[in-house]
Design a protein around this ligand. Structure first.
Ligand code: GAR
Length: 218
């Protein structure tokens, strides 16, 4: 049975596009139901429309406070009755109510090797630190910002002469492979969150799965 999936995004939606491409190619057992954004002008919504996927904006400007906005977001998402909600560059912090509502069925991708560089400007901070490696992490969403149980990570090198843009591009290449793979695991029932602990194939995952993708090494 295919998994019903709603994607949340705020920006360009390149992760959304990678997931949609994998789904269309038959590589992912998911039905992409909709893209939902806090930003009506997000290019990711445009990508969804082009693909014939529902595109919905739920702008915080239309609501008096964070909790009312997140309740509207829940309503927008739940009309699709999703099995899984995927955050793909959704740049707002959720209320506890929303996080609990989707407990165990909401994944996020973050552009760093968590727990390093939670929050914003991860590429800049890795460069400023002279970090030798960087990457991305897929995790379940909990109330702790970028702090939920880790599922998988893909490492990329930080190369001499890197700028924020070149490093971000390399991380993006890794994200576009890591996220579809982890989503596929969840959709096929291999990946589960049980009492706050990630399980893969029925066994507790003590460390995130580590991936290294050839086309994200240069
Ligand atoms: C991605 O790099 C994702 O990891 C990051 O936003 C970018 C969205 O790119 N997410 C976060 O920073 C969340 N904390 P995209 O719109 O091209 O998929």
């Amino acid at each position: 049975m295919t998994h019903r999936v709603v994607v949340l995004l705020s920006g360009s939606g390149s992760n959304f596009a990678a997931i949609a491409t994998a789904a269309r190619a038959g590589d992912l057992p998911i039905d992409l139901m909709a893209a939902v954004s806090d930003r009506p002008a997000a290019f990711g919504l445009e990508r969804a429309r082009t693909l014939g996927i529902d595109a919905i904006a739920v702008s915080p400007k239309d609501y008096p406070d964070r909790s009312t906005h997140d309740r509207a977001l829940i309503s927008a998402i739940d009309q699709y009755d999703p099995d899984l909600v995927i955050c793909a560059g959704y740049m707002r912090i959720f209320t506890a109510e929303l996080v609990h509502h989707y407990a165990g069925r909401m994944l996020n991708i973050h552009p760093s090797l968590l727990p390093a560089y939670k929050g914003l400007n991860t590429h800049r901070r890795a460069l400023d630190d002279g970090a030798p490696k960087h990457g991305c992490t897929v995790h379940y969403v909990t109330e702790e910002l970028d702090g939920g149980p880790l599922v998988g990570q893909a490492e990329v090198p930080v190369l001499p002469g890197d700028t924020e843009d070149t490093l971000a591009n390399r991380v993006h290449r890794a994200e576009h492979q890591l996220y579809p793979e982890m989503i596929g695991w969840h959709a096929s029932g291999r990946l589960r969150l049980v009492s706050g602990i990630v399980h893969l194939d029925g066994a507790a995952l003590l460390e995130p799965v580590r991936r290294s993708y050839k086309n994200a090494q240069d």
